[in-house]
Design a protein around this ligand. Sequence first.
Ligand code: FAD
Length: 566
Amino acid sequence: QANVTDTYDVVVVGSGAGAMSAAIFAADQGMSVLIVEKSDKYGGTSALSGGGIWVPNNHYFKARGGNDSYDQALTYLKASTQGSVDEKRLRAYLDNAPKMMQYLQENTQLNYTVAERYPDYYQHLPGSAPGGRTLDPELFDTSKLGDEVDNLRPASPTTLLLGKIAWTARHAHKAMSKERGWRLMIVWLMLRYKLDFKWRRKTRRDRRAALGNALIASLRASLMDRKVPLWLNTDFQELIETNGRISGLIVKRDGQEQVIQVRKGVILGSGGFEQNQSLRDKYLPKPTQQAWSATPPGNNTGAALEAGQAIGAATELLDWAWWAPTISVPGEDKARGVFAERAFPGAIVVNGEGKRFVNEAVGYLEFVDEMYKDNQKTGGKTVPAWVVFDAHFRFNYAMGPLMPSQVMPDSRMPKAWHKTVYWKADSLDELAAEIGVDAAGLKNTVVRVNGFAATGNDEDFQRGGNVFDRYYGDSNVKPNPCLAPIKKGPFYAMRLDAGDIGTKGGLLTNERGCVVREDGSEIPGLYAIGNCSASVMGTTYPGAGATLGPAMTFGYIAAHDLARQP
Ligand code: FAD
């Protein structure tokens, strides 16, 4: 029998962006709040992310004269989700997301800016926008966290310039698409890092946090301003229900079981189940591997899902993830997502028959969804798939961990990467043999794509046919910035797995963020946000930031709903 050790108005489980925002909103509503986090670091996957937040009709864009509206965004969300998500939830999202961001911007240390040119992912759907709905974090000075900086889950080196220097999404895009002045910008970022002598004496880590790390650091600093306690090494295990409402929870803190009572309720924000192989095997399409996930190992193992199911909560979308193709690199603890590089001209993706099966430049969720569909058709020849490119591409562009050979020639790459991360051969035939792909199929595909590169028209998959595809294209390449021929040896291939950046199915909630049972009735006092809840985006990924946006927005909604409880 565990002892009751503490009582709070609200307990928030997990310390991702949704959970931390919810705790801020709850505290600002005058409630006492505790955050419990199972790992020894706070921030979860959110801390490793790009930190982008998708907020249609936001005040940042409007202040810059941008054109968007609630109705346009609703049209888009309805067209994306195709009736699979209750319209009340869609409306709750669109109503509250702009308010949520404005509140954080005005009342906390969060500092965001609008990505005016980052397009929605489904440009063919009505209501889509060519930019202005994704918000990106500015850099955050982590010296404001004092010693708490040591408990911040470090950013993935893959999201930092040269693996260590903080840069914003704006900087990264400028460098990737080689906009004017990109080289100077990089020199300036490097100098700023190097000349920060005081911080350099302390650590290799940049003083500035970027992207998802900036989001989490600024939320943590804002929680410290409010004196909201955050317990690390505290594993949530079970919910306690008394007379039909949630009255507390059982946690294991530093190995000791204890009961925490709640006066108002519990907000579950403890992520999905992508780090639990048996739940993956049970729910996700096959084949599926925990090791293909780009999320931190061991964190998100489905605790909220199982605790909710144990008390009769309804679930949805358990066979879905926020898919993203990934590459595993020896010695790294998690896979790397391949988000942008698929759109660069001169790289194609093929299945085991050597055939393309998708517009390589589509959003990452659609990409892996198409991988699974083609895998069915080919009897298992599309997971993994192979990205193929030539020496010209290799010289000019990055692909996964391979920086362009003009800065990272093959001779300077770790030896262990050859035939684990990349394969290389003098001819396409030899390359096909190395990776076990049909050689004739690959050759035919390359001839066909080279023809498309000359005309600028991808007759098979319309790659580069819209503003989203072209966002990561190379504007110097004509006539289509996403298409270039593959002809100069040596030729390269890299293995793409059917990875994810988190699962997206979980406990079903209503428009107030409250968890419901199969019959639609609420479980009073129980709320779920982020990837432990069934996504308000259904099976889609409408724009950059469509996972963090809902997590934080339903945190806002849940906290206000809790404040209204007696
Ligand atoms: P998390 O942020 O993972 O937080 C869950 C926390 O709960 C973890 O700290 C975990 O340890 C804790 N926890 C788990 N179980 C327990 C338990 N039993 N008790 C206590 N604590 C527990 N999304 C976007 O919207 N925009 C982006 O720009 C973006 N970029 C991305 C880039 C990368 C490289 C990756 C990997 C993901 C990206 N994503 C992005 C996806 C996004 O990061 C995740 O979908 C999001 O962080 C999930 O938030 P969450 O709060 O549900 O989970």
